[in-house]
Design a protein around this ligand. Structure first.
Ligand SMILES: CC(C)(COP(=O)(O)OP(=O)(O)OC[C@H]1O[C@@H](n2cnc3c(N)ncnc32)[C@H](O)[C@@H]1OP(=O)(O)O)[C@@H](O)C(=O)NCCC(=O)NCCS
Length: 137
């Protein structure tokens, strides 16, 4: 998938609260050997490896393909790739208001290990806490 296609996918998955990576950001991400990108017709997941830690930067499934297990599959593939690249633990941040993502990560075995106060802005521009989640791979 090209950087432009990834940016378009992100815009479709996050119409109200985009992660706002530019096409150039995606280009740099794809060229970085420590990055992980798994993308298909249904959705995408991107992350990076720092030493033995993996970080999920974002995960999105197109609205018309949700509730069919694609998010779970993308996250599972991410964990396999992260382990192959030497990660033994994975972290991510998720909005405390994002029920769908919280359910997905819980079902995938991620545990809450911290909270960042007023870390995100929601669709109404109101500050929302983020939870830090962790999973041993
Ligand atoms: C979060 C998201 C990736 C989930 O993708 P998905 O393909 O629909 O997820 P799955 O079908 O694999 O579902 C995984 C689990 O989450 C639960 N779930 C999914 N959507 C849910 C919702 N709207 N409300 C509550 N639970 C939900 C499922 O029931 C399932 O749980 P189970 O395994 O116990 O049955 C998708 O909703 C999305 O792209 N949202 C917008 C972008 C976003 O918020 N990304 C997360 C950023 S951290």
């Amino acid at each position: 998938m090209t950087p432009a296609e990834l940016a378009e996918m992100e815009a479709l998955c996050f119409p109200e609260t985009p992660v706002t990576w530019s096409v150039s950001d995606y280009g740099q991400h794809l060229e970085n050997p420590h990055s992980i990108t798994i993308a298909g017709d249904m959705g995408f997941i991107i992350g990076r490896i720092i030493e033995d830690e993996a970080e999920v930067i974002t995960l999105g499934v197109l609205p018309e393909h949700r509730h069919a297990g694609h998010g779970t599959d993308l996250l599972a593939t991410f964990q396999i790739k992260a382990k192959q690249k030497g990660a033994s633990v994975a972290f991510l941040e998720v909005s405390a208001e994002n029920e769908a993502a919280l359910a997905l990560y819980k079902s995938a075995g991620f545990d809450r290990v911290g909270r960042r106060r007023k870390y995100y802005a929601n669709a109404k521009g109101i500050a929302v806490d983020a939870f830090i989640l962790k999973k041993t791979l």
